[in-house]
Design a protein. Structure first.
Length: 363
């Protein structure tokens, strides 16, 4: 009995320690809810991406949730009885959030500690535009699109103005994705170093990476315009450099079938496909060459991935995104088969068995 009592005491001490480690608390009351379950989700990006899911009891509309957060996370909240009404927000360490209202962008209200006071002011800027968007949903498509375009134009201007006037507030991160896509990088540049490199850094880094890619793709589209490559086209020289900094000339591979494999070190499915691609490379090596085209990557991550996964074929890197636009790459991995004469024979999106069946039938 004594052992059991000691064990229970230890368990209680551990429980208290766990609670003490929580550095974020969210409480609130949801209008129109009685007994229900609040589903809370947020995404951890480092060291590996994972989605944290929690369920919290709601009684008479009231709920309470706490967690230990090493950094700020984008998250969402919805009632189990009404998953269509989802509210997107941020969960921030060393803050206390108080929610009231409904789980939508028009009727949500926040209070609590500093971040959530700022967040409520940010929501006050958005609320009139969100109300207009909600009203526009009832209009016929042609009218709704025109109204949405006008609302967006006015909203982008107001959101950028607010960021410029409050660059030292963490909560303005909520507006970064809501300005015009061509304004996001400019908006990030307006933030003070304390905000840019503070507790919202991971979220801001994510936005910066995404919109740097978006702008690169836009610039590449302007260069390529209608000069895209289709099945039956002669493949052009791409001017891409290999791991040693030398330009690989595709004409040097004439006489063999060539697979252009568009991939990236960040692409899970690309990496998973390497073993089978290696198998086919060995099977048809006398007639087949593979050129891996690394996309949306850094030179360091590219070189590390090639070495780590021991990928035996030729490698080049697309730095400006033009090669992807020429081949109209819509996702990764993306494989293009070229004939010994340099003619584009077929293209496949994703890691698909159809590609290997086509290789077998052709070679």
């Amino acid at each position: 009995m004594k052992k059991l009592l000691i064990s229970a005491s230890l368990l209680w001490a551990v429980a208290l320690t766990t609670v003490a480690q929580d550095n974020f608390k969210l409480t609130g009351k949801i209008d129109g809810a009685d007994s229900d379950t609040l589903c809370i989700e947020y995404v951890i990006l480092q060291p590996e991406k994972q989605i944290v899911k929690r369920k919290v009891a709601v009684e008479k509309g009231e709920f309470s949730f706490s967690a230990e957060l090493p950094e700020a996370y984008a998250g969402s909240m919805f009632l189990k009885s009404n998953p269509k009404e989802t509210l997107y927000t941020y969960f921030v360490p060393n803050e206390e959030a108080v929610f009231s209202g409904r789980l939508n962008s028009v009727e949500e209200h926040w209070s609590g500690s500093t971040f959530y006071q700022q967040y409520e002011r940010v929501n006050n800027v958005q609320r009139p535009f969100n109300t207009e968007f909600a009203a526009a949903r009832t209009e016929p498509d042609s009218i709704r699109k025109l109204k949405n375009r006008d609302i967006n134009s006015r909203a982008h201007s107001e959101y950028m103005k607010y960021i410029e006037e409050h660059p030292d507030e963490d909560a303005v991160v909520a507006l970064l994705m809501l300005v015009g896509y061509d304004q996001v990088l400019t908006a990030i540049g307006k933030l003070t170093p304390e905000v840019r490199n503070g507790r919202m850094k991971s979220e801001i880094d994510r936005y910066e990476k995404l919109f740097t890619l978006v702008m690169k793709e836009q610039a590449a589209r302007e260069v390529v315009k209608n000069d895209t490559i289709t099945i039956g086209s002669q493949v052009p020289e791409l001017g891409l450099k290999d791991l040693h900094g030398h330009v690989l000339e595709l004409k040097s591979l004439r006489g063999k079938y060539v697979v252009l494999d568009f991939w990236g070190s960040w692409c899970t499915w690309c990496i998973k496909g390497f073993p089978k691609l290696k198998e086919y490379y060995a099977k048809y090596k006398d007639r087949l060459e593979i050129v891996g085209i690394d996309c949306n990557d850094t030179a360091e991550k590219w070189a590390t991935a090639v070495k780590k996964h021991n990928v035996p074929w030729l490698h080049v890197r697309s730095e400006d995104g033009i090669a992807e636009q020429k081949f109209r790459v819509q996702g990764y991995p993306y494989k293009v088969l070229i004939s010994p004469e340099g003619i584009v024979l077929n293209a496949y999106l994703g890691e698909t068995e159809a590609f290997y069946q086509y290789l077998d039938a052709t070679l």
